[in-house]
Design a protein around this ligand. Structure first.
Ligand code: F3S
Length: 387
């Protein structure tokens, strides 16, 4: 792989050397011709629940010498940094999670602990990124027209330290061409389930032809779900996403029908009263928190946990909405989420409004997961629905 003189010099810098070697070996594996500079990095896999002592020690060791050269944000951690006791997190977990965060901070990470970096940053079309949170990767490629592979926590850190990524995969036009057209009829409230279905289709980049205009929140939920069920890194929506018309259209076609999605919704609806309603996967925007507050007109009958990040709560309206939700018994946690925190494990049955959480909760937290729209989740929590 071609390296500039400056890039070669990184191989001799303590801290940089190991990261550069890692990126070179990945570049060679994928036949990358060169390294390109990245504008920003987003690091996932920072929950102590996921990386354990081995990850913690590796990060502490690296942080003795390595420093980030580009802006690097981090994903949710395993607990709310202020309200971890309310979540039932142990002191030992708390301390180890803090050590992970301190190591990342020493290297130069911005500890926003959010999985929606696209909500805060102005990302330009064609900008090169090294992001490692799957929902953010799909969002950046599909909805913003930026370019990022689906990085791992470790390769994202290597890119933060070097400011580089090998040019392969989603950085090349040839891999952004759709290979399957998906005719989609989507009933209101079914975008996360449509994402689950499209994720499972055998293709690399789906080209979605929808019977109506999709809203941004629907595309976001759909993208997060298709990354979870099928590892997709990008989709196009005809007439909507920035690169829908940039490449040749696929010849192969399939259909996802409204009836299928309605059936899927029924199959995943709660069959018993859930023990927890968990909302905010991806992390809740201000608009969602306002909507939940508006729907909350009485005391919740079961625990309701909403996950977001501190930056969202800087908005006064979001803060007021949080206070209202909490007055009625809900909890709005920051810094973490229902999937990466072990706190969810003490609930047997969890109802969510997210296709990604519906997919990962049974696998990673070993809980039964039910699906409903945001409105349905709140209705169940308020006891307005008989199950
Ligand atoms: Fe974000 Fe956690 Fe979901 S990191 S996308 S809320 S699994």
């Amino acid at each position: 792989m071609y390296l500039t003189k400056e890039q070669e010099e990184l191989l001799d810098k303590p801290g940089c050397d190991v990261c550069m070697k890692l990126l070179i070996s990945i570049g060679k594996t994928f036949d990358a011709g060169r390294m390109i500079e990245v504008k920003s990095v987003h690091i996932s896999g920072i929950s102590y629940q996921n990386i354990g002592n081995a990850g913690l020690e590796w990060l502490e060791e690296l942080s003795k010498t390595a420093r980030f050269r580009v802006k690097a944000t981090v994903n949710p951690a395993g607990m709310d940094l202020q309200r971890w006791r309310e979540m039932g997190i142990s002191e030992d977990f708390y301390r180890k999670q803090l050590r992970i965060l301190k190591a990342l901070e020493r290297m130069g990470a911005r500890l926003e602990m959010s999985c929606i970096p696209y909500y805060f940053e102005r990302i330009k079309r064609c900008e090169s990124l090294a992001w490692a949170e799957s929902n953010a990767v799909v969002y950046a490629n599909s909805i913003l027209g930026a370019r990022t592979n689906r990085e791992s926590g470790i390769t994202a850190i290597a890119s933060a330290v070097t400011g580089l990524t090998p040019e392969y995969g989603m950085h090349l036009n040839s891999n952004r061409v759709a290979d399957l057209a998906v005719k989609l009829k989507i009933p209101e409230g079914c975008a996360p389930l449509a994402g689950c279905e499209i994720g499972k289709l055998e293709c690399r980049v789906p080209y979605i032809v929808c019977d109506r205009k999709l809203r941004e929140d629907e595309m976001r939920a759909m993208g997060a779900a298709m990354a979870a069920t099928g590892g997709k890194a990008m989709f196009h929506v005809e007439n909507q996403t920035p690169e829908w018309n940039a490449y040749e259209k696929p010849e192969d076609k399939v259909e996802v029908r409204a009836e299928e999605l309605k059936e899927m919704k029924e199959e995943n609806a709660p069959v018993e009263m859930p023990d927890l309603i968990a909302i905010g996967c991806p992390h809740a925007y201000t608009e969602e928190i306002l909507k939940i507050a508006e729907l909350t007109r009485d005391r919740f009958k079961i625990p309701v946990w909403i996950f977001t990040c501190r930056r969202v709560l800087k908005d006064e309206n979001a803060m007021r909405a949080k206070e209202k939700i909490e007055k009625f018994g809900g909890k709005v946690f920051c810094d973490t989420c229902m999937v990466v925190s072990p706190a969810t494990e003490r609930f047997g049955k969890v109802m969510v409004d997210s296709g990604k959480a519906l997919t990962y909760l049974p696998k990673l937290r070993k809980v039964e997961a039910f699906f409903g729209t945001l409105e349905e989740c709140i209705d169940v929590a308020l006891g307005n629905v008989k199950i």
